[in-house]
Structures are given as C-alpha cells and as structure tokens.
Design a protein around this ligand. Structure first.
Ligand code: HEM
Ligand SMILES: *[C@@H]1O[C@H](CO)[C@@H](O)[C@H](O)[C@H]1NC(C)=O
Length: 362
C-alpha cells in the first residue's frame, strides 16, 4: 500500500528530457534511480541479487551460459497458436519440462533460479529473461540486450518436442522457428543464425556425459565471432548414433561442435549468413540483440509490457578486436560453404596447436 501511494506521488513528478532529439519520459524511483517506466523500479534490487548471488559478482561463466540457454528453452516452448512461450513454464512446471530430452541438464539452472524467484516479487517468465539479459551483459563484446517486463505466470507446461535438437535436420529446425514465431510474422533463416550467436558463450555438459563444460568455441568467456570461424573448419560427424548423437568432432582439441551449428554453416539457405558473422563484431551484436528482443517476448504483446532495457548494464568491449585462427590452423582448413563470397582471410595464432580448456565450474 505505502509503496503504491509513493509511486502515485512520483508519477506527478515525471520529468522530461531530450535524448538525441527525441523526448523521452523519465520516472524517478523511491531509491533515486531514474527509469523509463515506474514498473521497472523494483528491478534494481533484483538485479543486485542476481549479480551478487547467481553470477558471482558479475562473471561471464557457467551460470550465465546456463541462464542464456534457459531463456531459449522457456521461450521456444510455444504452440503454433501462440500458447505458452516466454512464460516461465519451464520453472513452474519443471517436473514436466525438465524431463523432455531436449531439456537435458536444464534442471541445474532451474534449481539455482528458483530461490531468486521465491524471494523477489517477479514472475518466473520475467525472471528468466531478466537474468539472461543481465548475464549476457557480463560477457565482454556483448550487446546491451533489451528487457521488457510483464509476463504473466504460465498456466500450463509447454508440450514436448518444441525445443530443437542438434541432430535435427535443418529443414525441421527452420520449420520449428518459423512455427514458433508464426503469430509475429515468422522468423527467417537469417534470424535463426543470429540467435545462434549465443553459442559463442556456451559449452556442453551432456552430449558426451563423460566430459563437462566442453566449449563450442575457443573463447567461451567472451562474446566474439570465433564460433563462426571454428564451426567452418573441416570436421567429422561423430561416428554412430549412441551417446554422442548430434556432435561433430572439431579439429580443435577440447572443443565440441553441434551437428546443427555445423549444418547451418553449410546449408545453402544459411551458409552465407553464417560466414557473414566471421570477424564482424558489430553484426553479431546487432543481429543477436534484435533476434533476442523478439524471442524474449514470445507469446506476449511487447506493446503492453514495460520497457526496462535501461536496467541492463552496458557490457565491456572486447580487448582483442580481430579474430584469428587458433594455432596450427589457417584458411586452408576452412570448408568453404558460401558459394558467392570467399571466406575472410585471417591471421593464425603463433605456436604449436593447443587445446581448449573446459569452462570452469561445469
Ligand atoms: C537450432 C537451435 C539450437 C540447438 C539445436 C541447440 C542445442 C544446444 C545443445 C545440445 C547444447 C548443449 C547442452 C549440454 O550438453 O549441456 C546447447 C548449449 C547452449 N545453448 Fe543452444 N541450441 C540451439 C539454439 C540456442 C539458442 C537460440 C540459444 C539462446 C538464445 C542457445 C543458447 C545456448 C547456450 C548459452 C548454451 C550453453 C549452456 C552451458 O554452457 O551451460 N542455444 N545448445
Ligand atoms: C508485486 O509486483 C506487482 C506487479 O509488478 C505489483 O503490482 C505488486 O504491487 C507488487 N507487490 C509487492 C508486495 O510489492
């Protein structure tokens, strides 16, 4: 009650400022912070809780990687009629959804996030996307993602088989994304590639259950375009269809490649788009930001949500601004797939071939 009354008074004190010529409304919160919308005020304390207690003071590590994966697995749980989406169902109905094959391992971050939702006044759907956007901001080179607030709690679990698997065909992956985004005009193959920029800060714990934290690129702690180069190196499909189904062996020791990433980099519908991300930091940032903005509100009308994007910290830039081939590899190792544009010529790291270290804490 007292809280509500305070907001009412503050609403009278709304100030106007001009940024880049556009007039933007600013609201002052009870704690002195200024925001775009009064509904965003309680998020400052939640952000502090997340950074301190979920991300070890602001790291780009295992929990950030898992939290980003969770934004996707919650959102893509949507039917063609628009039911479900980014609604927190993966946490609210976790006993059902974490049992789905494609959600293998998701239970770990679900268990870690649950107490944060319990002790803060925020829905599971909002929390998942908020934590994901904050987590990404801890990774040097990342864009500042958007965050919109206002996802009601899920009332039903997502059906099984909405989350793509690495051994799915490109036809079925592109169709699933098209279907998931059908109520908002669909999702192009280029947008699918843009979302996979996420795999620059990612590793696998479960494809090969004998090894943990196996990164998808040589730099899982930074948001760079190294993934797009390394997935284009010649590799071999893991033999057999057993435990390692969906894995392609990378020529880089210690690194794992998803069969789906490998195929997207080589399919005629997506290969040139994939290659266009190589050494193109502005593009990986802008394309990922735009695709995430769309994914994070799946199942909701963005116009009826509060834009709290100014709560997301500005990430640090990369210190290494041009990507390079890992030692021992060069342009000669590229499996060219884009028919119209040659692969960019890049330098190789000096010295003998090294292996990629696992992500700590996995
Ligand atoms: C074709 C679509 C996709 C497929 C088939 C796919 C598949 C996978 C698989 C199999 C893993 C490894 C899980 C494990 O073994 O522990 C993984 C990890 C991950 N995925 Fe995806 N993914 C896709 C799209 C996305 C999207 C759209 C996002 C986010 C926007 C995302 C974010 C991540 C992250 C951050 C990880 C690393 C998790 C960690 O390091 O703990 N993925 N993905
Ligand atoms: C919890 O959040 C909702 C929606 O953001 C708000 O209407 C409500 O007043 C909040 N409750 C408390 C106790 O702060």
């Amino acid at each position: 009650m007292a809280f509500k009354a305070l907001y009412a008074i503050l609403a009278l004190a709304v100030s106007f400022g001009a940024v880049n010529g556009a007039v933007v409304k600013r609201v002052t919160c009870p704690d002195g912070n200024t925001v775009n919308d009064a509904a965003c005020c309680p998020l400052f304390a939640i952000r502090d809780d997340i950074q301190t207690n979920l991300f070890d003071g602001g790291e780009c590590g295992e929990e950030v990687h898992e939290s980003l994966r969770l934004t996707f697995h919650d959102a893509i749980g949507i039917g063609a009629n628009g039911g479900g989406g980014a609604d927190g169902s993966i946490i609210i109905f976790d006993t059902i959804e974490t049992a789905f094959h494609a959600n293998n391992g998701i239970d770990e971050i679900v268990e870690k996030q649950k107490p944060f939702i319990a002790r803060n006044n925020i829905t599971a759907g909002d929390f998942i996307q908020f934590a994901g956007a904050i987590g990404v901001s801890n990774c040097p080179g990342a864009p500042q993602l958007n965050f919109h607030l206002g996802r009601p709690s899920a009332t039903a679990a997502a059906p099984d088989l909405t989350v793509p698997e690495p051994f799915d065909t490109i036809d079925s992956i592109l169709a699933r994304f098209q279907d998931a985004f059908s109520t908002v005009g669909g999702f192009t193959p280029a947008e699918v590639v843009a979302l996979l920029v996420s795999h620059t800060i990612a590793a696998s714990d479960h494809i090969d259950p004998t090894i943990q934290g196996v990164p998808f690129d040589s730099t899982p702690e930074v948001f760079d375009s190294q993934l797009f180069l390394e997935v284009q190196l010649r590799g071999t499909l893991f033999p057999g269809t057993g435990g390692n189904q969906g894995e392609v062996e990378s020529p880089l020791r210690g690194e794992m490649r998803l069969q789906s990433d490998s195929n997207l980099a080589r399919d005629s519908r997506t290969a040139c788009e994939w290659q266009s991300f190589v050494n193109n930091q502005p593009k990986i940032q802008s394309a990922f930001k735009a695709a995430m903005r769309k994914m994070a509100v799946l199942g909701h009308d963005i116009n009826s949500m509060a834009d709290c994007s100014d709560l997301i910290p500005t990430p640090k830039p990369l210190t290494k601004t041009t990507i390079t081939f890992p030692a021992g590899l060069s342009n000669a190792d590229i499996e060219q797939a884009c028919a119209t544009t040659p692969f960019p010529t890049l330098a190789s790291d000096p010295g003998p071939a090294t292996s990629v270290a696992p992500v700590p804490g996995s």
